[in-house]
Design a protein around this ligand. Structure first.
Ligand SMILES: NC(=O)C1=CN([C@@H]2O[C@H](COP(=O)(O)OP(=O)(O)OC[C@H]3O[C@@H](n4cnc5c(N)ncnc54)[C@H](O)[C@@H]3O)[C@@H](O)[C@H]2O)[C@@H](O)CC1
Ligand SMILES: Nc1ncnc2c1ncn2[C@@H]1O[C@H](COP(=O)(O)OP(=O)(O)O)[C@@H](O)[C@H]1O
Length: 279
């Protein structure tokens, strides 16, 4: 098994410098398909994290009633109605993430994206619920697919119980990545990023303050934005995972109680985390 650590030095080495002559179109036109009437926060957190992580243009596809809520939190984002043609949303996007707070009745969207979106695609949360049934189209897909399951979601995808996944994290991530030819981000303490060739990158930042609803939605927004800014998928994904945990650690260093870490606070401290480590 090829297991490696994604270190602070590697994050710094791979960090893309923002060209002084660049414009918003150079830093990733990213799309987020997230949120539903009962989970507007998932879309807001994902979009807020993407904007704060450097995405050039962030577009959110969500249900009509949720748009004003997300816009109130993330005025930098543009919006697209969930009921409108998905092809129109895919057009011109460099990378798309789908799933946070989507609800489990929107699997047709996930199927359409896997089949027809020709850029990197990140699938998270509810978008993973029926993933196993899409095995055939996943294998046919040529553009990168990145999935971000927690142990419960991973167990469902590989048809094992959660105990199996928590007891065999490296093996489970490696096997699924090779089998489907995808990137697997198996979340938890020491998140693992598995490449399609089976190489594993383990993360050592983060703390139990992150064990709270919404932090995974933030990670998805970060991964999305990082992929939009980097040339290669694995350094982008591993660096996003690293900085997500680093930001949570930074909150604790600044006196935040472990209990009081929130997804929103992680977004707010991203800027000073990037500033301290990179700039
Ligand atoms: N403010 C919001 O709108 C929020 C929306 N959320 C959305 O809520 C939807 C459901 O997500 P959930 O993850 O809560 O629901 P799931 O049904 O996927 O996960 C809950 C189940 O998995 C188990 N589980 C979860 N993480 C685990 C881990 N690390 N190890 C072992 N077992 C684990 C739980 O015990 C439970 O049985 C998603 O679409 C998500 O994006 C959540 O992110 C919370 C915040
Ligand atoms: N004990 C822990 N130590 C470090 N990181 C954790 C811990 N618990 C959760 N996390 C991180 O927090 C995030 C939780 O994501 P997820 O379970 O999808 O939450 P949600 O769907 O509610 O947003 C993941 O990035 C995970 O790695």
């Amino acid at each position: 098994m090829n297991v490696n650590s994604w270190s602070e030095n590697l994050v710094i080495e791979h960090w893309p410098k923002r060209d002084p002559n660049s414009h918003k179109g150079n830093h990733g036109k990213v799309g987020i398909i997230a949120g539903s009437q009962l989970m507007p926060g998932a879309a807001a957190l994902c979009a807020g994290a993407a904007v704060e992580s450097g995405a050039g243009l962030t577009a959110v596809n969500t249900v009509r009633t949720v748009i004003p809520i997300v816009a109130g939190h993330v005025p930098e984002a543009t919006f697209y109605h969930r009921d409108d043609d998905l092809n129109g949303f895919m057009e011109g996007k460099d990378v798309i993430a789908a799933g946070p707070g989507l609800g489990r009745l929107s699997d047709d969207i996930i199927e359409d994206l896997i089949t027809n979106f020709d850029g990197p695609l990140v699938i998270d949360a509810d978008g993973l619920y029926e993933l196993r049934s899409h095995e055939v189209i996943i294998r046919k897909r040529t553009a990168p697919l990145i999935i971000t399951p927690h142990a419960g979601e991973m167990a469902r995808i590989i048809n094992e119980d959660i105990e199996y996944v928590t007891g065999n994290r490296y093996e489970a991530a490696e096997k699924l990545a090779i089998d489907y030819g995808i990137y697997v981000v198996l979340k938890g303490p020491e998140t693992i990023v598995a490449e399609p060739n089976g190489t594993l990158w383990v993360n050592h930042t983060g703390n139990a303050g992150l064990a709270k609803g919404g932090t995974g939605d933030v990670l998805t927004g970060m991964i999305l934005a990082f992929i939009g800014r980097y040339d290669d998928i694995q350094p982008a994904v591993s660096s996003a995972v690293y900085m997500h945990g680093y930001a949570a650690d930074y909150l604790i260093e600044h006196g935040e109680a472990m209990e009081s870490v929130t997804a929103s606070k992680v977004i707010k401290i991203l800027s000073s985390s990037f500033q301290r480590l990179i700039n």
